[in-house]
Design a protein around this ligand. Structure first.
Ligand code: GLA
Ligand code: ZN
Length: 694
């Protein structure tokens, strides 16, 4: 999958800038401050529809002309947004169809943002028209480096359930299934007498129809799964509408929209082809989310086959939208920004350059506060990072991550597993994926996060946590991985459903059964906090006997019957005490060592997950040099300029490690020697340009 990235001399630095909120004198002060902070890129026009089009037949670009001119005059590169993420009041007043009907079936009235009905012909026509007019006017503007379509697609309730969407859903279903017979079959419609005899009988699944309690409680997973796919595609159509119109005027400038990392409502894999490059907004839910952020960066990098992505937004200080909004501690902005670069970001941008004067984001962090001060801690940290990025220049641009591990991330599995009654509502998809990712991350192995349809040929290890839904030939491709001597690891609830979310008429884990050499006979569940001790020990380990740990497993306990697999972990309690909780099936390998298929039938704790993942990585020599140092991250990028090892210390205490390679720290200029101590203060960052082996 090819990506088209904005060219540039360095890692871009800047962010969302909304000067239309302030008088011109303030603009001058802003640009003077931007100079102090090495700001090279501003994102303009994210929410200006009402100003650009004050009435249906009137467009007015005077203010935006001035905003763009000032940015260009100041030598800034511009990311130009299309402003279609928030509706103008006149539009909703004149055409109420542009407002969404929510999951409870309530038709909304004007307000908020990110809430246009994606199926509204009026919205589609006018948003595309605005994008076209903007492109006609600003294409070719010096310094225009990217188009930013809409904003954070998804929005309220993650979709719309109006009559227009209902009609769109029926069209989508006709396209997918062709006949009602196939639709009824996919939805297992004989259950509860749901056989549809006319397309018009199909209605969107929400609280008025198939759901109770909320979006995860549906009578028909097939219907809800298809609606999620349809809604993701409907919003993608909105993006495409605008991109097409931009392309009529501007054939070359890259087009993106800002994603949100692991965002459930939209299947970003379904969108990836349409973006020229991926970008996302990094607002972690807490202060100690370094592994989660790393995973989200890797999900984003995976969208375009490993090509660099942008961080389109992050806050310099606080977000305003949570109940409690702590400031980023000294050094944390720098650490997290370098983490983004370490995982493949070629731009690190902020929301926002100057703090809003009013409305719900007026206390949201910004590069410049309401007073426009440049002598604040936040500004100083922003400016210092800007200077570092300047000094780094083009060294890492375009660099790729040399990953030997693939992690399958799958929206269908996420959706289906979390809307399925029967097992344990506390076992969540992202928590499970993150547990395996965290173990791999701590071990210092580089990971590509890829869709289940990806080519797996180049990887030594493929992780498939909670791969609930199997599509296409994924089982055969995973078998292929093991057949060539590599390793696959899956967790509980994998291989449970086909792409219609129907069970396979065979033992779990369905078509994955032969690969893992097991069958799952029962699935037990427990409340959070209830644990079952799982003794992990490799029967083929160094001493020929157990060398493992005891893991307190929780939430899900599958009762596994080996069908050729070795037992690596056993439950310690319940009627299934002594039966397998973790298995390994050796197979294939041709002339060399056999491949291994590991199955983890329960929710191991972090220590247990680390033990299992460690065994798998060790076998392929993929455990990194800082694996034993908690909170020290190693991320690697490579390009024609060399190999760059980013060593990031997320811990709160200083630590001394042993340098894994010789090279030069590009941030400090200090020489680092392999095997020598490397001292890391909390929040320290080393960008080691490794000396090439002679
Ligand atoms: C999102 C939006 C921005 C702003 C920030 C605040 O990422 O795209 O417009 O609302 O959140 O954190
Ligand atoms: Zn709608």
């Amino acid at each position: 999958m090819s990506a088209l990235l904005p060219a540039g001399p360095k890692v871009r630095y800047g962010g969302d800038y909304n000067p239309e909120q302030w008088p011109r004198e303030v603009w001058e002060a802003d640009y003077a401050a931007f100079d102090l902070a090495s700001i090279d890129t501003v994102t303009l026009n994210v929410f200006s529809w009402a100003t650009l089009q004050p009435a249906e037949d009137t467009y007015d670009f005077a203010l935006l002309d001035a905003v763009v001119e000032r940015a260009v005059a100041g030598g800034r590169d511009v990311v130009l947004a299309t402003s279609t993420g928030a509706l103008p009041p006149w539009l909703a007043h004149r055409h109420p169809e542009v407002e969404r009907t929510d999951f409870s079936g309530r038709r909304h009235v004007y307000g908020q943002r990110h809430n246009a009905c994606p199926s509204s012909p009026v919205y589609r026509r006018l948003s595309a028209e605005l994008a076209g007019r903007l492109a006609g006017r600003y294409a070719g503007t010096p310094g225009l480096v990217a188009w930013h379509v809409g904003n954070e697609y998804g929005g309220f309730d993650g979709g719309c359930w109006c009559d227009l969407c209902a009609a769109g859903f029926r069209d989508w279903l006709r396209e997918r299934y062709g006949t009602l017979e196939r639709l009824n079959d996919a939805w297992n419609a004989t259950f509860w007498s749901h056989t549809f005899s006319d397309w018009e009988q199909v209605v969107p699944p929400n609280l008025l129809s198939e759901h109770w309690r909320g979006p995860d409680h549906t009578a028909f997973q097939g219907i809800t799964l298809d609606y999620r796919r349809f809604m993701s595609d409907a919003m993608l159509a909105n993006f495409r509408d605008e991109k097409e119109r931009i392309r009529e005027h501007d054939a070359t400038t890259p087009v993106t929209t800002n994603f949100m990392g692991m965002f459930r409502p939209i299947d970003y894999h379904r969108w990836a082809d349409d973006l020229d490059f991926a970008s996302w907004d990094n607002y972690p839910p807490g202060q100690r989310e370094h592994a989660r952020m790393a995973l989200a960066h890797d999900v984003m990098r995976g969208l375009k086959g490993g090509a660099p992505f942008w961080v389109m937004e992050q806050t310099p200080t606080i977000t305003a939208s949570r109940d409690v909004n702590p400031v980023k501690r000294p050094g944390v902005l720098r650490l997290w920004s370098w983490q983004a670069v370490a995982h493949g970001a070629d731009a690190v941008l902020y929301f926002q350059m100057r703090q809003s004067k009013g409305a719900c984001e007026k206390y949201h962090g910004a590069v410049l506060d309401h007073a426009g001060r440049t002598d604040t801690r936040a500004f100083r940290e922003v400016a210092a990072l800007g200077a570092e990025l300047d000094a780094l220049g083009d060294a890492v641009l375009g660099a790729r991550t040399p990953a030997r591990v693939a992690l399958l991330f799958d929206w269908d599995s996420w959706w289906a597993a979390e809307m399925t009654d029967g097992f344990n509502r506390h076992a969540r998809y992202v928590d499970t994926v993150l547990a395996y990712y965290r173990a791999t991350w701590q071990a210092g192995a580089q990971v590509d996060v890829v869709p289940q349809t990806a080519d797996l040929a180049g990887y030594d290890v493929v992780l498939a946590p909670m791969l609930h839904v199997l599509r296409g030939d994924v089982a055969a491709r995973l078998e292929g991985v093991v057949a060539r001597g590599a390793s696959v690891l899956a967790s509980f609830w994998s291989g449970r459903a086909d792409e219609d979310a129907n069970a396979f008429l065979m033992d779990a884990p369905g078509p994955l059964g032969p690969l893992f050499g097991i069958r799952v006979e029962e699935t037990d569940s427990a409340e959070p906090g209830v644990t079952n001790p799982v003794t992990l020990g490799d029967p083929l380990g160094p001493a020929g006997g157990p060398d493992g740990v005891v893991s307190q497993a929780g939430l899900v306990f599958e009762v596994v019957v080996p069908q050729g697999a070795d037992v690596v972990g056993t439950y310690g309690a319940e009627f299934y005490a002594g039966t397998p909780a973790v298995t390994r099936h050796r197979a294939g390998g041709g002339e060399g060592d056999p491949g291994e298929a590991w199955y983890v039938a329960t929710g191991l704790d972090d220590a247990g997950t680390a033990w299992v993942v460690g065994r798998v990585l060790e076998r392929h020599g993929l455990v990194g040099p800082y694996a034993d140092v908690p909170d020290v991250e190693l991320a690697v990028r490579e390009n024609a300029n060399g190999r760059f090892a980013f060593v990031l210390h997320h811990g709160t205490e200083p630590v001394d490690v042993v340098a894994h390679a010789s090279g030069t720290d590009l941030l400090t200029g200090r020489a680092v020697t392999a095997g020598e101590p490397l001292h890391l203060e909390p929040a320290d960052v080393v960008v080691l340009r490794e000396h090439r082996a002679l």
